[in-house]
Ligand binder design. Sequence first.
Ligand code: SF4
Length: 218
Amino acid sequence: MKLCLNKAHFPVTVLGPGRRIGLWLQGCSIQCPGCMSRDTWQFDEHRAISVEAIVEWCQRIAQDQIDGITISGGEPFDQPEGLSELLDRLDTWRQTLPAPLDLLAYSGYPMARLRQRHAGTLAKLDAVISEPFVESQPTDGKWMGSANQRIVALSALGRERYSGVGESSHAVSTPGVQLHVESGRVWLVGIPQRGELQHLEYRCRENGISLKQASWRA
Ligand code: SF4
């Protein structure tokens, strides 16, 4: 079984609790206006990689210093069979670890649709952050891009780590993005507040750096 993968990174500290692996799947049929990850929209078979190879990479990179895995995209549920197998294999691996590791997925689909069409896959997750990104509904809620989105705990571990996180008392008080540079490209991980991407471009220009391509531009 293969999954189309855009990128993977560790450690991610802005998309879920603790130190996490981030997996961004390639391909999204939802295409929310204002999405900052337009580079993940196109389904691209050249980015297909075996689920086994992804899990081996996770095992190699994180060892025992990891709190969870965040699967984002792109739209993870647009590759349902691969996602399901990935979660099965990650679950087998996490049983061997000394500390609990939670599995979180983002989805732009409404929760009702996920429950209707992907109940089996939801049962393999600890939490999901659902609903499409809506540019006109900004939020300061932790780990979410817009106010309509919901964090839904799906297991005992999920309830322990995610219950109540979307409420206003958990508003973001620390920077919500990470930047890292790899092969001449700047990766921005996390969810910027409205206007931050334009500010980033402005500050880069001020310092003589021009961004030739940006994932948030058409
Ligand atoms: S925000 Fe997520 S669901 Fe919406 S277009 Fe972007 S990748 Fe797809």
